[in-house]
Design a protein around this ligand. Structure first.
Ligand SMILES: N[C@@H](CCC(=O)N[C@@H](CS)C(=O)NCC(=O)O)C(=O)O
Length: 346
């Protein structure tokens, strides 16, 4: 080998070693989140949802999953992988949803699931954020003449098993010294059919779902009445497995980013006009300074990607829930009298 050849060979070897040295830690360390690393490796965030509830998760005529729960998941995919299109939707039922998350079949569960102590303490799962503040309601036939839940002593009530609705109804009837007969039906079209065909006097679930179901009846909506009582608090949360705190952070702060954007008037349409903003809060949100994304194990444009591709929380609401005729109320941001309040991104 000539001298030049030896030097070249040495240079190549040195380069290879340096690559190995520089390359390896990144590979071995990963993001610090097993869930995020697995999502990056497969190029998808796996999202558990229902797939049957208008406004929350239902495929449109093109087969594209639409709804608040679907968009919640898209936002996580945009933050985690830089691409909202990398959310993969997995249908779950009220009964198998927790197993789907525990077993790793999904990375995040965004499925009208009420945040309760029992669930958080017993299932090895936790709630990262609330994407809809709901409550249990009752839907009855207008022709029944029932005007109040208090008129329902002795009623038969259709309810899905494994839900917090079951518990809420039990509590309400016990407290009001009334009796009822539950009719437990798992399948959504089946329970709705059972109610419409008169197998039960009332259909009970989260009032959001009752409102959107009623709305989906079109001209026949007038045949159904949502009773005025909301008998429980049902904060519907987005869940992750316990034990992967970095992933919990990613999911939680994705929602906080969407709320912050709404607070600041940043939308999917105008976000680029904020890229030379002087507001330090906006600069940190959009990854222009502060390494906020890096702190989460993400790209610093994590929140930019969420806002640009999915929108702020108000846009998500207006796209999915407003068309169902449901007003935002307590689901608004705090500056408009609601409960959604973003802790500071700093
Ligand atoms: N929030 C309650 C109720 C959940 C529930 O029953 N959701 C219904 C209404 S939104 C649902 O997802 N039905 C659709 C389905 O079963 O596919 C819970 O967490 O247990």
């Amino acid at each position: 080998m000539t001298r030049i050849g030896r030097i070249r060979g040495l240079a190549l070897l040195t380069g290879a070693l340096m690559c190995a040295v520089w390359g390896r830690p990144a590979m071995a360390e990963g993001s610090g989140s097993a869930t995020l690393d697995a999502a990056i490796a497969r190029g998808q965030v796996l999202c558990g949802l229902s797939g049957q509830v208008p406004g929350f998760s239902l495929p449109d005529s093109q087969g594209v999953m639409r709804g608040l729960d679907a968009d919640s998941c898209r936002a996580v995919a945009a933050a985690a992988l830089g691409d909202a299109g990398k959310a993969k939707f997995v249908a779950t039922t009220t009964q198998n949803r927790f197993t789907a998350l525990q077993s790793g079949e999904v990375d995040v569960l965004s499925r009208s699931t009420t945040w309760t102590l029992g669930r958080e303490a017993n299932l090895g799962l936790e709630f990262a954020w609330v994407n809809y503040y709901d409550g249990t309601g009752f839907l009855v036939k207008t022709s029944s003449g029932v005007k109040s839940a208090k008129d329902m002593d002795g009623a038969t009530i259709c309810v899905q098993p494994g839900t917090s609705t079951e518990l809420a109804i039990n509590d309400y009837f016990r407290l009001n010294k009334m009796k009822f007969t539950p009719i437990l039906i798992q399948d959504l079209p089946e329970i709705q059919g059972a109610f419409l065909s008169g197998r039960c006097d009332a259909y009970s679930t989260d009032s959001s779902a009752l409102a959107t179901f009623r709305f989906s009846q079109g001209p026949k909506a007038a045949d159904l009445v949502l009773l005025p009582e909301i008998i429980s608090k049902e904060p519907l949360g987005v869940m992750v497995r316990k034990g992967d705190d970095k992933w919990f952070d990613v999911v939680r702060w994705t929602f906080i980013a969407m709320i912050t954007a709404e607070e600041k008037g940043i939308t999917s349409a105008n976000v680029d006009t904020f890229m030379n903003s002087a507001d330090p809060d906006i600069r940190r949100l959009l990854g222009l300074e502060g390494d906020m994304g890096k702190a989460l194990g993400l790209d610093n444009k994590w929140a930019y990607n969420v806002i640009k591709q999915v929108g702020n929380l108000g846009e998500v609401w207006d796209r999915n829930i407003t068309p169902m005729g449901v007003t935002r109320g307590i689901n608004n941001i705090w500056t408009k009298g609601g409960l959604q309040y973003a802790p500071p991104i700093r």
